[in-house]
Design a protein around this ligand. Structure first.
Ligand SMILES: [Zn+2]
Length: 80
């Protein structure tokens, strides 16, 4: 979102170049939450669910998170 606002600030004609992008994207229904979103042909999840799934799978990968949590706790104790 920050990138978007930066781009439109830089462009004096913010209307014209958008159309090309819009025609390439199409409406998709999120397979997770059923929400309608604009995405590419091979997008199956809305941006929110995609991020959430990424986060979840990352969490699953880091099942050794216990060690990370322990480290965080230690750091938190130092702060407090
Ligand atoms: Zn979704």
């Amino acid at each position: 979102m920050d990138e978007e606002s930066v781009t439109s600030v830089g462009l004096t004609t913010s209307k014209a170049p958008r159309m090309e992008v819009t025609t390439m994207l199409c409406k998709e229904i999120c397979e997770d939450c059923g929400k309608l979103f604009i995405g590419g042909a091979n997008a199956y999840f809305c941006p929110e669910c995609r991020i959430r799934r990424q986060r979840e799978s990352a969490k699953r990968r880091n099942l050794s998170q216990i060690g990370i949590n322990a480290r965080k706790k230690k750091r938190g104790d130092n702060d407090a």
